[in-house]
Design a protein around this ligand. Structure first.
Ligand SMILES: NC(=O)c1ccc[n+]([C@@H]2O[C@H](COP(=O)([O-])OP(=O)(O)OC[C@H]3O[C@@H](n4cnc5c(N)ncnc54)[C@H](O)[C@@H]3O)[C@@H](O)[C@H]2O)c1
Ligand SMILES: N[C@H](CO)Cc1c[nH]c[nH+]1
Ligand SMILES: [Zn+2]
Length: 429
């Protein structure tokens, strides 16, 4: 276990921990450039070529789009218990996002006779990216499709990678049926992002793509950001558990390991000033690793070695400072009085309070969105929400009386800025 006494850590190590896996994707950008150029040029043929190369799946124009029968079959193939769990999660996610919806129109009177406000409309068409590879992500489909539906997006397209047999994940198809999305294409990675950015013979061009992905997906999004809105910066999952040593170390250790199992590029940190807790958690993690499959054990170990570990500070205040500097995607506050800590956390995608809210709850069923900004982007970005699927337009209405009140002010302003026709429009009216 990496244990870093934060006050004594060298600048290079500090930088590596704070930057995590998103530090350098130059290699992926190089690969992405060529794939994108080919998808732009030859459309579906390039999609098939690169899906064969990267996903080992052979697709054709007939099989690229998921049929209604495939969705129904996927739904039937999952156990009834899982269908019920999807329904349970979907209901909570829907409730949370319905509460989040703003008014479609509001007005306020700034000066007598001057009415200003905003009208909110859904984005006309959005592509949802559901990753597949290091995990199966029906939860991601729910987390993206439900707010899009609540926001009334008229056209929702889903892309997600196929397996080598050319099939989608039954669990994702079942989630699609429960969420109510039907337009799904079997493509992911760079070729998927490029396909919806430019449109191909089969795949529609979309205005926006939203959803988490690996470094290839991130590279493609960055390169295509001038062509398509690339949405929230959701990269490799990451988490901080903040503890003062007042909570059972077993619970701390269990939760510390959660997000590390996403992959070697994920980051999981325990931040504490309690040395005894650091020692206890280290021992428990070693025992817990034995319970994992070889794949997940390797991911947890590599993730902790690469970008994770325990940050040992000198005080709770210093721990909080670290959290705000790191700006984690997920975080748990496992302290004696978590509600006292809440207002002090300024930068985090999600804050879970107390010892009964492990990150897994929020990943799947709690209701808030689990697609969150990674790589310190929580300093300026928020979690995915209905606002990712909406846009606001300012509206103004002025009565004659209102116009008389503002006329001179506008004239003065326009003349000061040197805009003559702006001034004449109010002076000669
Ligand atoms: N931030 C969030 O909210 C959130 C939520 C869920 C998952 N995640 C993250 O999303 C990521 C999902 O990654 P994933 O790999 O499982 O699925 P993915 O769909 O992002 O990537 C799989 C695709 O990558 C492409 N690919 C793989 N190797 C390639 C190569 N060598 N060259 C070119 N393309 C290649 C393939 O086309 C493949 O279909 C993880 O890092 C996970 O931590 C983040
Ligand atoms: N932790 C992910 C977001 O970073 C969400 C997720 C889905 N499945 C498992 N985890
Ligand atoms: Zn997770």
């Amino acid at each position: 276990m990496n244990i870093f006494k934060w006050a004594e850590v060298c600048p290079e190590t500090k930088n590596k921990i704070l930057k995590r896996a998103e530090v350098d994707i130059t290699e992926q950008m190089e690969i992405a450039k060529d794939v994108i150029a080919e998808v732009k040029e030859i459309g579906d043929s390039a999609v098939f070529k690169y899906t064969e190369k990267f996903d080992k799946a052979l697709l054709t124009k007939e099989t690229l789009k998921v049929t209604q029968e495939e969705i129904e079959q996927g739904f039937k193939n999952v156990e009834p218990e899982f269908r019920e769990t999807l329904e349970f999660a979907a209901n909570n996610i829907r409730k949370f996002h319905e509460k989040q919806m703003p008014e479609s129109l509001w007005f306020t009177e700034t000066v007598k006779g001057v009415m200003v406000g905003e009208q909110t409309n859904p984005i006309s068409d959005v592509c949802i990216y559901v990753p597949r590879g290091k995990g199966s992500f029906p939860s991601v489909l729910l987390m993206l499709a439900i707010p899009a539906i609540v926001a009334n997006v008229p056209k929702i397209t889903v892309i997600t990678p196929p397996n080598p047999e050319g099939n989608l994940d039954d669990a994702v198809l079942a989630a699609a049926k429960i969420a109510g999305v039907t337009e799904i294409y079997k493509v992911g990675g760079i070729q998927g992002v490029a396909a919806v950015a430019y449109g191909t013979e089969t795949i529609p061009k979309c205005s926006k793509i939203i959803g988490p992905g690996n470094s290839f997906v991130t590279a493609a999004k960055r390169l295509l950001s001038g062509i398509i809105d690339i949405g929230s910066p959701a990269g490799p999952s990451e988490a901080i558990i903040l503890s003062d040593g007042s909570v059972d170390p077993k619970k701390v250790a269990l939760d510390f390991m959660i997000e590390a199992e996403h992959g070697p590029d994920s980051a999981s940190l325990l931040v504490t000033h309690d040395e005894k807790l650091a020692e206890d958690v280290t021992k428990i993690v070693i025992t817990q690793l034995e319970k994992l499959s070889p794949k997940r054990r390797e991911f947890v170990q590599r993730s902790i070695n690469n970008y994770g570990g325990i940050i040992l500070t000198n005080s709770l205040e210093e721990s909080i400072d670290f959290v705000n500097e790191y700006a984690p995607e997920h975080m748990e506050v496992m302290t004696k009085n978590p509600f006292d800590i809440l207002p002090q956390i300024k930068n985090a995608g999600e804050i879970l309070l107390g010892e009964n809210a492990p990150i897994s709850l929020a990943n799947f069923v709690l209701g808030p969105n689990a697609i969150l900004p990674t790589g310190a982007k929580a300093k300026t970005y928020s979690s995915v929400s209905v606002f990712d699927f909406l846009k606001r337009t300012s509206v103004g209405y002025v009565t004659e009386e209102g116009f008389d009140t503002v006329r001179d002010k506008v004239s003065i302003f326009a003349r000061k800025e040197g805009f003559e026709t702006h001034a004449l429009a109010v002076e000669e009216r």
